[in-house]
Design a protein around this ligand. Structure first.
Ligand SMILES: Cc1cc2nc3c(=O)[nH]c(=O)nc-3n(C[C@H](O)[C@H](O)[C@H](O)COP(=O)(O)O)c2cc1C
Length: 396
């Protein structure tokens, strides 16, 4: 991967391939898809809790589902066994709720009412020299934190969708399987579809949305540049082609016949209404749930999200090798935020891991990935249901 970057390390070549966002002259939704047939109408799903690997599990997914949205279980950082445990725990939570309340309210036929999310990157070929050179650059930091540079691991920190993932999908039948960084191989997508699962994937440009439509996905997540976490970009590495949600959403809606989910910077009922007005079929919200009671976000991360530090986020490749948005911290200031010398995704992950652990043990988030969207200003320590209810008021 060689992202052309807008950071302070690399100047991107001028890209002149943008088309301008259409001027939206009315509040009438301009969605091309058959609204009546859409999954979102059938299940009245308007709010999707964004999958957030490393910051949540089935508890958040269940809480948002019981509050009227659709929750997500992120699988990118889980082994197959851990994913199986997560799905079992979610299933148990639904079964327990069914016993307590009206069973019809949680009745989704044979499907588990949840979105299970996977990364589907192609793991890079070995980059032994690049990894060694990167660890060499970090050696003064390792030494300053009492870490033996020889002990620093190398290898892959995140696994893509696999044969085992497929088996688990067949066994648990979540209602949605969603993907970041494109799609897994076509035969796996076909298998998932033949079981009746919805297939969604993130698009960060109009071209990506059109590509996904050609591959037969059921819905596209328009991931605006404001979004926290990894950019789902997969057709181009040119960051200058990435757009904010307000520009991206109407252009994708115009270009495809699929339902479109708006993501990026949505944290209030008013923002939900704006996405609806632009023709979105639903919204996907991440950052606003990071400080919910049910998220597993660390105390340091929560503190950063609810502080002035969260006013400054940037795209960085330092923590994984791919651009992702997080709150600017010491590591990003000193080494990036974007650095072409960082190993390819996901190889960069393990080099920073011991620094993160050492700093966190001292109460510092200097080397932690503080993933956040550009708008963390509405982050509050609340039950996820309260956050979901507030957001859903915007769709009423
Ligand atoms: C902490 C964090 C982790 C994320 N992890 C994932 C992930 O595992 N899979 C994925 O598809 N998107 C992931 N995202 C991106 C979200 O799906 C979504 O695009 C984003 O949260 C929307 O923007 P917002 O954060 O401004 O609400 C993550 C976002 C955050 C904040």
């Amino acid at each position: 991967m060689n992202f052309r970057l807008l950071g302070n390390r690399v100047n991107p070549p001028f890209s002149n391939t943008f088309t301008s966002a259409p001027h939206v002259v009315s509040f009438k939704p301009v969605n091309n898809c058959d609204m009546n047939a859409s999954f979102f109408d059938k299940h009245s799903i308007r709010l999707i809790q964004a999958p957030m690997a490393g910051s949540q599990n089935h508890r958040l997914a269940a809480a948002v589902f019981f509050a009227g949205g659709l929750g997500s279980i992120p699988a990118a950082m889980l082994t197959s066994e851990q994913l199986q445990n997560e799905l079992t725990a979610f299933k148990d939570a639904i079964a327990a709720e069914k016993r307590k309340v009206n069973a019809a309210a949680v009745q989704w036929g044979e499907f588990l009412p949840v979105n299970v999310n996977f990364f589907c990157h192609t793991p890079p070929t070995e980059q032994l020299e690049k990894e060694a050179a990167w660890r060499q650059q970090l050696t003064p930091l390792y030494q300053a934190h009492g870490i033996d540079p020889q002990s620093v691991g190398s290898g892959l920190g995140r696994a893509p969708f696999s044969e085992e993932s497929l088996k688990l999908m067949g066994q648990f039948k979540p209602t949605v399987a969603s993907f970041h960084f494109g799609l897994p191989k076509a035969e796996w997508v076909q298998q998932l579809k033949s079981w009746g699962l919805q297939i969604w994937s993130s698009a960060t440009t109009v071209q990506e949305a059109q590509w996904l439509e050609q591959q037969g996905v059921d819905a596209v997540i328009a991931q605006g540049l404001e979004a926290g976490g990894h950019r789902g970009m997969f057709l181009s590495e040119d960051l200058s082609m990435q757009m904010g949600c307000l520009a991206l959403l109407p252009q994708i809606i115009k270009a495809v016949k699929l339902p479109v989910i708006a993501a990026g910077g949505i944290s209030t009922a008013a923002a939900v209404s704006a996405a609806k007005a632009l023709g979105a079929n639903a919204v996907q919200v991440g950052t606003a749930f990071l400080t919910s009671h049910e998220a597993t976000t660390s105390a340091l991360h929560r503190q950063a999200l609810m502080s002035d530090a969260a006013k400054h986020t940037a795209l960085t490749n330092l923590f994984s090798g791919r651009p992702a948005r997080g709150i600017v911290n010491k590591f990003m200031r000193d080494f990036g935020p974007l650095n072409p010398e960082a190993p390819a995704f996901p190889l960069a992950t393990l080099a920073v891991a011991p620094l993160r652990a050492a700093a966190e043990a001292k109460g510092l988030s200097d080397y932690s990935p503080l993933w956040s969207g550009q708008n963390a200003s509405d982050c509050q320590a609340l039950p996820a249901a309260d956050i979901a209810h507030k957001l859903l008021q915007g769709w009423a």
